[in-house]
Ligand binder design. Structure first.
Ligand code: HEM
Ligand SMILES: *[C@@H]1O[C@H](CO)[C@@H](O)[C@H](O)[C@H]1NC(C)=O
Ligand SMILES: *[C@@H]1O[C@H](CO)[C@@H](O)[C@H](O)[C@H]1NC(C)=O
Ligand SMILES: *[C@@H]1O[C@H](CO)[C@@H](O)[C@H](O)[C@H]1NC(C)=O
Ligand SMILES: *[C@@H]1O[C@H](CO)[C@@H](O)[C@H](O)[C@H]1NC(C)=O
Length: 499
């Protein structure tokens, strides 16, 4: 009797699943969704590549698939991403469990609706006030660079993994914005926090699927649930570090806001005084926002710079041309200037194009589960129905290797970003490493400044060669996909250049 009953229940459930499937969805992958798991187990080590393949097989750049029970709509070309991300109906954020559990829909990245609007604008305004997007910020960045260089010099040609060094320096710039303070390169406690952030980016890999299907965390299979605990623990420590700094913050707030916390606390006070009923300026919001800035603004740029080293090691002739362009320009025009500065950028087109090509090929923003979008109501896209609360994933990787947009996309070739006479830089619309639309990366101008100053001055000051023992660095294989697409750790030996 019991057996029959459960069989019937099973059948009914399966029939329900079949008929529940919404009508007129975008084409699906060539593989059936498993019950409960969906396509999760078929995504492989690099989901962005698998999904691109599925799209090619179904001959449609828009597909659907299931991460667990969650319907995900994958957009694989520029025009689809533009259509969706320029439309406010798609500007809510997916809420993966591993982030939701810490942010509770607060902060910048995981807030939606009115809260997001208010705080995105507030963050942009107050960060601009303390220097973001302004030329004077470059002196702060160059100070950090000086510190990084002094550590490199101390190592004197010894094998060096510059990941921690770079992330530390770049974190300091966010620290300046957020807390009005920095931490020296030999501050062990801060370096530990930096390493926790870095670790989160690699731990996020398979576990980001937990995010979509939280029950998986109770299954003791390492690739499914193992990393989750560490990830969660790291996040708690990062939050408590941010909280500590907020509490220690000196708020003798007379006049100008020195940093983001100043501005935030002032607004909170104003809200209190005017007895605003639903003020969103509370402690949790502040700490979540700061953590978002940290997570969004450090590993991303540092990973891009590590890709820069990988591509420069692999393409020595291009590195040589970059160095030549910088040397020549600086010798003639700025011979007594210690560093290459933002003002020099218009005169260094080949170098600038090389940085763009590094970003195009590096593709650090994956659909990885951390910044997918969500639609809040039923919509249609490209003639297909998109049911509300679908996750919308932009496959930036697919866009940047799309032959219709970039000829010979697997070739590393900076000249694709140059005008015909090679005298100026041209940026095709389909080059979108920071995404597009209202939710696109708020740190774009800062990241561009950091990338330019760090890259140009690093290759100007040093030659480098890789000293990994066992593995050759090969940009086509030497990477992992987690929250970002990043090269594995590698060791480089630097030697000073004469210029
Ligand atoms: C090379 C460096 C970087 C890359 C490639 C990058 C890329 C991205 C991408 C693709 C998104 C998702 C946009 C979307 O949902 O459509 C994003 C969001 C975000 N990024 Fe960046 N980013 C970088 C650096 C930074 C920096 C330096 C900051 C710090 C100021 C930052 C802070 C953020 C924040 C707070 C969000 C969430 C925005 C929101 O939800 O409103 N990022 N970034
Ligand atoms: C959204 O679409 C689903 C079917 O895909 C339908 O059942 C539901 O009623 C629609 N909701 C609204 C608000 O139109
Ligand atoms: C993008 O994909 C859609 C859906 O497959 C297709 O209709 C459209 O032509 C594509 N756009 C470009 C520029 O390739
Ligand atoms: C409070 O929230 C409601 C609805 O969310 C909104 O309409 C109203 O403008 C808010 N009030 C203030 C003072 O922000
Ligand atoms: C998107 O939202 C606007 C209003 O916010 C609405 O008028 C429009 O119909 C929506 N589009 C779709 C496809 O649902």
């Amino acid at each position: 009797m019991f057996l029959v009953l459960s069989l019937i229940t099973c059948c009914v459930y399966i029939i329900y699943l079949i008929f529940k499937k919404p009508k007129n969805l975008p084409p699906g992958p060539p593989i059936y969704a498993l019950p409960l798991f969906g396509h999760l187990l078929h995504l492989g080590k690099h989901p962005q590549e698998t999904l691109m393949k599925w799209c090619q097989q179904s001959k449609s750049d828009i597909t659907h698939c299931y991460f667990g029970q969650q319907l995900v709509i994958v957009l694989n070309n520029y025009s689809l991403i533009k259509e969706a991300f320029m439309d406010d109906n798609y500007s809510a954020r997916a809420q993966p469990f591993i982030f939701e559990e810490h942010f509770h829909g607060k902060g910048l990245t995981y807030a939606d609706g009115e809260r997001w609007l208010i705080h995105r604008k507030f963050a942009m305004d107050s960060l601009k006030k303390v220097g973001m997007g302004k030329l004077f910020l470059q002196d702060t960045i160059l100070d950090e660079l000086t510190d990084v260089f002094s550590v490199i010099d101390k190592e004197e040609g010894e094998p060096l993994n510059i990941k921690g060094l770079l992330t530390h320096g770049l974190s300091n710039i966010i620290c300046g914005f957020a807390f009005g303070q920095r931490f020296s390169q030999d501050d062990k406690k801060f370096r530990h926090i930096v390493s926790l952030i870095e670790e989160c980016f690699t731990l996020g890999s398979h576990d980001s699927w937990i995010t979509i299907f939280p029950l998986l965390r109770f299954i003791p299979i390492r690739s499914l649930g193992g990393n989750y605990k560490q990830f969660s623990k790291n996040f708690k420590q990062i939050f408590s570090f941010a909280k500590q700094l907020v509490e220690q913050h000196n708020t003798d707030n007379d006049g100008e806001d020195k940093d983001y916390i100043d501005a935030f606390l002032k607004q909170a006070k104003n809200d209190q005084l005017s007895q605003k009923e639903n003020s969103t300026f509370d402690m949790d919001q502040l700490i979540s926002s700061i953590t978002n800035l940290f997570i969004g603004g450090t590993e991303t740029t540092s990973t891009t710079l590590r890709w820069a080293l990988v591509y420069m090691i692999e393409n020595a002739h291009i590195l040589e041309k970059v160095q030549q362009e910088i040397d020549q320009y600086m010798l003639i025009h700025n011979n007594n200037q210690l560093y290459v500065r933002m003002e020099d950028k218009p005169f260094l087109p080949y170098t600038t194009a090389t940085i763009l090509e590094i970003q195009r090929c590096g593709n650090i923003a994956t659909l990885g589960g951390s910044t997918m979008h969500r639609n809040l109501q039923n919509t249609t896209l490209n003639g297909y129905n998109i049911p509300k609360n679908s996750y919308i994933a932009a496959n930036f990787y697919a866009v940047h290797v799309d032959e219709r947009q970039f000829t010979q996309p697997y070739q590393f070739d900076p000249t694709r970003f140059l005008s015909d006479d090679h005298k100026s830089v041209r940026r095709p619309a389909a080059f979108i490493p920071f995404s597009i639309g209202k939710k696109s990366c708020p740190g774009e101008s800062l990241a561009n400044m950091e990338l330019f100053l760090f890259f140009t001055n690093l290759v100007r000051a040093y030659n480098f060669h890789v000293v990994n023992k066992n593995e050759q660095i090969n940009s086509a294989k030497f990477y992992h996909t987690s929250l970002t697409r990043a090269p594995y750790d590698f060791y480089v030996s630097f030697s000073k250049r004469l210029y």
